[in-house]
Design a protein around this ligand. Structure first.
Ligand SMILES: Nc1ncnc2c1ncn2[C@@H]1O[C@H](COP(=O)(O)OP(=O)(O)OP(=O)(O)O)[C@@H](O)[C@H]1O
Length: 256
């Protein structure tokens, strides 16, 4: 007997105009709990705009985004974050002058206090808990050796892995990943795919924007294809792979 999937996030009838340019048109996107949902499409298709609408960085011109029964539209990014949505950005947003370990610890304190405070590193049992979890994440992500280095000194790939740890310590219900392997070597990309699979096995819901089809087809349970601001196809990876509209709009003519 099939069960109805639990929809964690629903972008309903979303339109976004930038002046005369329609960046998003009639978007209806439903994200199922525990699944990895990839959003793909050629350059300028509207993928980042859609992600920015979801996390409250830009308001939609019309339509709404609903997360677990709560309307996100109109809420500030930090409110949306506190509801359980975290995002890994295309350009990693880290504290360059803090150590790698303190970077991972910071969001856990921010989540508790509502604001990041530099005076937070006093000894408390809560701090010990957070430190232990941060250390565990850094071990999992192969960054243990670098825990005392300044985050600003990391390679681009390591900065992205660090940012992923900073998201995971917040225990988000929904993780949004904007090109998580951009700028990584093939080896680092494969390591990141393995780590994202590990996160998936913990049941975390993920939305991933990615140009690298190897990453998309390694991770996605479902794919939505955007072209010129519209969703032109949605479905299982094996269906998207052979969809002629998708081939025409993206897979066939797009160079990665
Ligand atoms: N702040 C903005 N002001 C005006 N136009 C914008 C703005 N942000 C995006 N656009 C335009 O909206 C369209 C969609 O852009 P968006 O960055 O969302 O696409 P994308 O699919 O993420 O592209 P890429 O894969 O290149 O990152 C593009 O035509 C872009 O130029």
């Amino acid at each position: 007997m099939s069960t109805t999937p639990n929809i964690v996030l629903h972008a309903a009838d979303v339109f976004k105009n930038f002046g005369g340019l329609r960046a998003l048109s009639d978007i209806d996107l439903q994200i199922e709990e525990g699944k990895t949902h990839a959003i793909i499409g050629p350059n300028g298709a509207g993928k980042s705009t859609l992600l920015n609408v979801i996390i409250g960085r830009i308001p939609p011109t019309s339509g709404a985004v609903i997360f677990d029964g709560t309307v996100l539209t109109g809420k500030a990014p930090h409110e949306i974050n506190q509801l359980g949505i975290s995002r890994v950005f295309q350009t990693p947003e880290i504290f360059a002058d803090l150590s790698v370990l303190h970077n991972v610890m910071a969001p856990a304190f921010a989540r508790r206090d509502g604001a990041f405070k530099l005076s937070m590193f006093r000894t408390t049992s809560r701090e010990d808990e957070i430190r232990a979890e941060a250390e565990h994440l850094l071990q999992d992500f192969g960054m243990w050796e670098r825990r005392h280095d300044h985050a600003g000194a990391l390679s681009r790939g390591d900065k992205r892995r660090l940012e992923l740890c900073m998201c995971l310590i917040q225990h988000p219900r929904l993780l949004l990943l904007d090109e998580p392997t951009a700028g990584m070597s093939r080896h680092d990309t494969n390591t990141t795919i393995d780590l994202l699979k590990k996160i998936k096995s913990r049941g975390m819901t993920k939305v991933i924007i990615e140009h690298d089809m190897h990453v998309v087809f390694s991770l996605a349970d479902k794919i939505s294809v955007l072209a010129q601001g519209r969703i032109i196809a949605q479905g299982l990876p094996e269906d998207i792979r052979v969809n002629p509209d998708v081939k025409k709009a993206y897979l066939g003519g797009h160079s990665e």
